[in-house]
Design a protein around this ligand. Structure first.
Ligand SMILES: [Zn+2]
Length: 243
């Protein structure tokens, strides 16, 4: 691959110290999906790049592509700053969690307009009203993230027989709800959890529905099972629990 310059908007997902003064970062971009880049000298006190490459930063990156997967950052301009997230613990935790999950689910070098746009919206919602950081918002974000990856759970009728009443389970391998006769080993799911998913997917993130703890656990399991079956990604970890 020959070297060329690209200019792209990006949200910084991870930023790691490297060597004496460099940073290596992961970012999500609309046109190029997840990218990795090195910012040489970014940790020197007078670097023009430094402060703009922290996680959660929304920037326009000028990149030099090279022979390796790691691009070189040659410029970074701030596009949006989320001051209120930075000073609100709950919003900060939620924003970091969202960036971490985008980092793990994004595909390198494939356009990711929907995923990038969703993360920008999540950061904007958290910055506008940091107090809305909640389990309902987190689960709504995750459902929309799966949707952005092409996964839309079937919630209106049994995925095996088409029955639309007595829906009592969720069969992640088949991507939707199941009735009592078809449930077999599929985990049980309450009506409240199905209703939450329908509403969360149908509303903008800023209007994410509130969720009680029992349906929240069930929805979280649905999300984790769908990601495992269809994206090959394990979402479950300690930081992904609770709000
Ligand atoms: Zn059925």
């Amino acid at each position: 691959m020959s070297s060329r310059r690209i200019s792209t908007e990006a949200v910084i997902l991870r930023s790691m110290r490297y060597g004496e003064a460099d940073r290596i970062l992961h970012a999500i971009t609309p046109e190029h999906g997840r990218i990795g880049a090195i910012a040489r000298g970014a940790r020197r006190p007078r670097s023009k790049l430094g402060g703009r490459l922290e996680p959660l930063a929304v920037v326009r990156l000028e990149l030099q592509t090279g022979r390796s997967d790691l691009h070189t950052v040659v410029g970074a301009d701030s596009v949006a700053v989320h001051h209120r997230i930075l000073t609100h613990h709950g919003a900060m935790t939620e924003a970091q969690r969202a960036c971490g999950i985008v980092d793990r689910t994004a595909v390198p070098d494939e356009p990711a307009h929907a995923v990038h746009g969703l993360l920008r919206t999540m950061l904007a919602v958290l910055d506008a009203r940091p107090e809305t950081a909640s389990e309902g918002l987190q689960l709504a974000f995750l459902l929309k993230l799966l949707y952005a990856h092409g996964l839309q759970p079937a919630l209106g009728a049994c995925v095996h027989c088409g029955r639309s009443d007595a829906l009592v389970g969720f069969d992640a391998a088949h991507g939707g709800v199941v009735c009592a006769s078809c449930q077999r080993s599929a985990p049980s799911i309450d009506e409240a959890a199905v209703t939450f998913m329908v509403e969360a997917l149908g509303r903008p993130l800023a209007a994410a529905p509130v969720v009680e703890s029992r349906p929240a656990l069930q929805v979280r399991r649905v999300i984790e099972d769908l990601a495992r079956h269809h994206l090959g990604v394990e979402l479950r970890d300690r930081t992904a629990r609770g709000a």
